[in-house]
Design a protein around this ligand. Structure first.
Ligand code: TYM
Length: 381
């Protein structure tokens, strides 16, 4: 099984990102082949500073490594290093309804919050996300609850692609999301009706992965709770429910277990227990992070090797060298270019695997591969 997920190199990563996503990436390494991507191209859909983006990309990769992603087992790379993502985005955008993109919650929230330019890229964000996953024909996508809508769109685009261009074959895998039962939506500690978030959340209500233990304690001990005194989950008690959920997630148990353990406890005890558990939970990541982050050369080397592997194992250069043609972005591009409007597209597609010259009319990728010094050049074949 192939598992793909992406994380934006924006702001500082918080407990919601960690519990909802990063911890799932790490555990998924036991179940399948992981591909994890620092999605810098998604980060430019909002105004950004290039130097800052570069720094934050290093921060993010260092956090993933400190959390336990192992570059020897998983493919770890930066999105902009693998051009297939943007190429496939364009092709998939022609299969995506504009109205649906305009109705996506994230687009509506983020465009409303934007005081400057609302970019067309912000609208296309979910198509790029679909391309990320579909390019690798991943089966499973670990994400937090807020990504459900994007995953549904991605599944529909994959189905539409298959039915229009697959000639009866499931060329694209329709991926499943993996949203955990506990901790898929961690809420802001000061406003537990909104999700914990770097962009809109409060500083005091957001626990960052790299916060000092004292800061973590302070934030959790001053978390907003609710009227009453029962430690139990209830839609009327979002603050207490959130703390129970956090404690359950970091201990790896169900929230019912926390409710029965703390049935007679006061809110203060609940907060103390959550603070202690979160400090212990994040301590090893913080300890490993500094040394990893300091060595930017090593981080670059990991990213470069990851991008190379993403292309070789799943992309263009797989073709020819290993004789496997049914994987990777280039297969999709070729299928598209060659089958589109052509009754014998399949045959021509098969012929195309014998060498780029078979297609002088050229699909864009083929042209690219023939350019001298192109990273896609067939020298590896
Ligand atoms: P990003 O960087 O905004 O979020 C990274 C992951 O963190 C999860 N998350 C949360 N989980 C629980 N509680 C929260 N409060 C919380 N806040 C964030 C998100 O659900 C996400 O899983 N669009 C993606 C990036 C992406 C992607 C992809 C994901 C780009 N391409 C392909 C999967 C597959 C995002 O929101 O990143």
């Amino acid at each position: 099984m192939r598992i793909f997920s992406g994380i934006q190199p924006t702001g500082r990563k918080h407990l919601g990102n960690y519990i909802g996503a990063i911890a799932q990436y790490v555990s998924s390494q036991e179940r399948g082949e992981g591909i994890f991507c620092v999605v810098d191209l998604h980060a430019i859909t909002l105004p950004f500073d290039p130097a800052e983006l570069r720094e934050r990309s290093y921060d993010t990769i260092a956090i993933l490594l400190a959390a336990g992603l192992d570059p020897a087992r998983s493919t770890l790379f930066r999105q902009s290093d693998v051009p297939a993502h943007t190429e496939l985005t364009w092709l998939l955008s022609s299969l995506t309804e504009l109205g649906r993109l305009q109705r996506m919650h994230q687009f509506r929230d983020k465009s409303l919050a934007q005081r400057e330019l609302v970019s067309a890229a912000l609208l296309l964000y979910p198509v790029l996300q679909a391309a990320d996953v579909l390019a690798y024909r991943a089966h499973e996508v670990p994400v937090g609850e807020d990504q459900r809508e994007h995953l549904e769109l991605m599944r529909d685009v994959a189905r539409r692609f298959n039915s229009r261009y697959g000639d009866g074959e499931d060329v694209l895998v329709v991926p499943e999301h993996r949203i955990s039962q506990v901790g898929a939506r961690i809420m802001d500690l000061q406003d537990p009706t909104s999700k914990m978030s770097t962009s809109v959340g409060s500083e005091q209500g957001t626990v960052y992965v790299l916060d000092e233990p004292k800061a973590i304690e302070k934030k959790l001990k001053s978390a907003v709770t609710d009227s009453g005194s029962d430690v139990r989950r209830d839609p009327q008690k979002p603050g207490v429910s959130n703390l129970i959920e956090i404690l359950a997630a970091v201990r790896g148990v169900g929230p019912e277990a926390i409710e029965s353990e703390l049935a007679d406890a006061r809110y203060g005890e609940l907060k103390g227990a959550v603070a202690a558990a979160v400090v212990d939970y994040l301590a090893p990541v913080r300890e490993r992070y500094d040394a990893l982050r300091r060595d930017e050369r090593a981080l670059e080397a990991i990213l470069a090797a990851g991008a190379e592997r993403a292309e070789i194992r799943f992309g263009k250069r797989h073709i020819g060298r290993f004789g496997i043609v049914e994987q990777g972005p280039d297969f999709l591009l070729k299928s598209w270019c060659l089958r589109h409007g052509s009754p014998d597209g399949n045959k021509r597609h098969e012929e195309s695997q014998r060498g780029p010259k078979a297609f002088p009319h050229g699909c864009p990728r083929e042209f690219a591969a023939r350019q001298p010094n192109s990273p896609l050049a067939p020298s590896i074949n």
